[in-house]
Design a protein around this ligand. Structure first.
Ligand code: ATP
Ligand code: MG
Length: 331
């Protein structure tokens, strides 16, 4: 079976609608015909300041949400990144193959550091894409389901895999991105030109799936649109309306054209009402399942322990192979 790998960061108490549509929901069908590795990237979360107690909670909550979204521990390996220390070992080796100029071209670092961090941005945030490359390459994953926001990082990963293979002989699989074009990127409700993001969206702009449904309904009803009245899909001129159409289409499976047709003569309030209804439906079931797992606890711990064990057995073999190839002296 081809292998897939994808991780989420535990940077918030709840995952958001962008994570769900752009990532988690796509993971579910892949586990049927792939050897799937899904996890929580707690080391990545440390690239910005975290409260230790909160980070631990969020890591567990994120793992519960993968399962709530439909990832099945019987089919997929579910693990926590820091439980597999080999990721950071490989990351060092890959960092030594990455040009400073190439790392410096990563736009997410620029976006994130520009949004408030400025000179306070950590070296960890800068080297984050290299650790992400290690996360993927260490399992020799064939495909990586990610949102559009990660495309550039995946390009770097592919580049590093090829460079290593070229220099030291065939070792890594050069992974393909798996991006569902129609839901490539969910926008921030309050600032739809920007992406919905755990770390940079304002509370009004983000649909947190573990929030009470009524809070999310209110946010959808207050979503920023434009001063026209016509419902049509125009990403440039009408990013807010386009975003609502994207969300509705992704959640209902109705193509955007058909939605636009069905809203002919209706107003933005009707569109928002329809979005609020489906988000409420999907969010309700998700919330119940995640909160149940978090409360119960021991089942989730067992799943994560088994996941770490399987992940480590593969990761350790890759690191041994890499250490040997680059010329490190065996112990
Ligand atoms: P952070 O702001 O802390 O980076 P994030 O909101 O970007 O958080 P991640 O944990 O980095 O979320 O990403 C998890 C997955 O969700 C990734 O595969 C990413 O591509 C996807 N994703 C994140 N935001 C969006 C979005 N707005 N639309 C579609 N997919 C998204
Ligand atoms: Mg992100």
């Amino acid at each position: 079976k081809p292998r897939v790998l994808s991780l989420v960061q535990p940077t918030a108490a709840s995952l958001h609608l962008g994570n769900y549509l752009g990532a988690l929901r796509q993971w579910v069908p892949l586990q049927d015909d792939h050897d799937a590795f899904y996890g929580v990237a707690d080391l990545h979360a440390l690239t910005v300041e975290q409260d230790p107690k909160e980070l631990r909670q969020r890591t567990l909550r994120s793992a519960a949400q993968l399962i709530a979204a439909g990832v099945d521990p019987e089919k997929s390996t579910i693990f926590i990144q820091s439980h597999v220390p080999e990721h950071t070992q490989l990351s060092w080796i890959l960092g030594c193959l990455t040009g400073f100029g190439q790392a410096n071209r990563m736009t997410q670092f620029k976006d994130k550091s520009a949004r408030g961090l400025g000179d306070q941005a950590s070296v960890g945030l800068f080297t984050y894409p290299i650790l992400m490359a290690a996360d993927i390459l260490i399992y020799k994953a064939d495909r990586v389901p990610v949102g559009e926001d990660q495309r550039q990082h995946l390009e770097l990963t592919r580049d590093l895999a090829s460079r290593f293979n070229h220099r030291y002989g065939r070792t890594f699989v050069v992974p393909e991105p798996h991006i569902v074009a129609s839901v490539g990127r969910i926008g921030d409700l309050a600032d739809p030109v920007g992406k919905m993001s755990k770390s940079s969206s304002s509370p009004a702009g983000i649909i947190e799936l573990l929030d009470e449904p009524k809070i999310n309904i209110k946010k959808i009803k207050s979503a920023v649109t434009d001063s026209e009245r016509e419902i049509r899909y125009d990403l440039e001129a009408k990013p807010g309306v386009a975003n609502l159409l994207t969300i509705l289409s992704a959640l209902t499976g109705t193509p955007i054209d058909a939605l636009v047709e069905s809203f002919r003569g209706l107003g933005y309030g009707d569109l928002k009402g329809a979005v609020a209804d489906v988000v409420g439906e999907v969010g309700g079931a998700y919330r119940e399942r995640a909160l149940g797992l978090i409360e119960e606890g021991t089942e989730l711990e067992g799943i994560l322990a088994a996941g770490a064990e399987r992940a480590r057995s593969i990761a350790a073999a890759t690191v041994a192979e890499v250490y040997d190839k680059v010329g490190l002296l065996p112990r």
